[in-house]
Design a protein around this ligand. Sequence first.
Ligand code: TMP
Length: 221
Amino acid sequence: MNEQTKGLFITFEGGEGAGKTSQISRLKDHLISLGHEVLVTREPGGTPGAEIMRHVLLSGAAENFGAEMEAILFAAARNDHVEHVIRPALLDGKIVLCDRFIDSTRVYQGVSGKVEMAFLKKLEDVVCEDAWPDITLLLDLDPEEGMKRAASRRSTDEAPDRFEKEALKEQETRRNGFLSIAEEEQGRFKVIDASGDVDAVAARIWTEVATTLKERGLAAG
Ligand code: TMP
């Protein structure tokens, strides 16, 4: 977010089973205990319209349109989300924790779906305007471990979503995709080792977030 705003926009990225959801919940509780106002949200989704798009995208109903059209649909959902939820919260001074954002499109539709990065960046410019993540926490995990975690998390009657179904090799390609974006944008990205104990991962995340809060003059406890 730009200089005039008081909020902080933190996005979480990573492959399947990296533990984003539980880490977001822990970070939220910790920030609230320090007196911050926090909004937790996710992509695709975060508004009623974008949640409908989530269903369409994750069910695979849009798969036949091809990766470029899927990228447009993710961008349309994101536009609604930024306009109605993320930007207003940031303007209100809140800390926004968002489960996936632009980098998931870059990796899933760009790297895996082979959609040109220049095209994706145009979509980002249209959608994000002034609402760019201040920090992106990349929860980095060995894909084999991540896929095991994702499978154990699913209930027996729940099928893997359209993007979870892909093979281990694809997950490895995505991991490398995230890591290379992190390398290109080191100012925004913090790569977090997401292996091992949840408390240890939460502590690694807190070290990064506390540093940013202090840099911005916001209380970090
Ligand atoms: P998740 O909520 O379990 O992370 O699932 C969201 C799925 O959608 C995940 O498989 C990644 C995929 N996805 C994309 O392909 N592109 C995107 O832009 C986003 C936000 C998610």
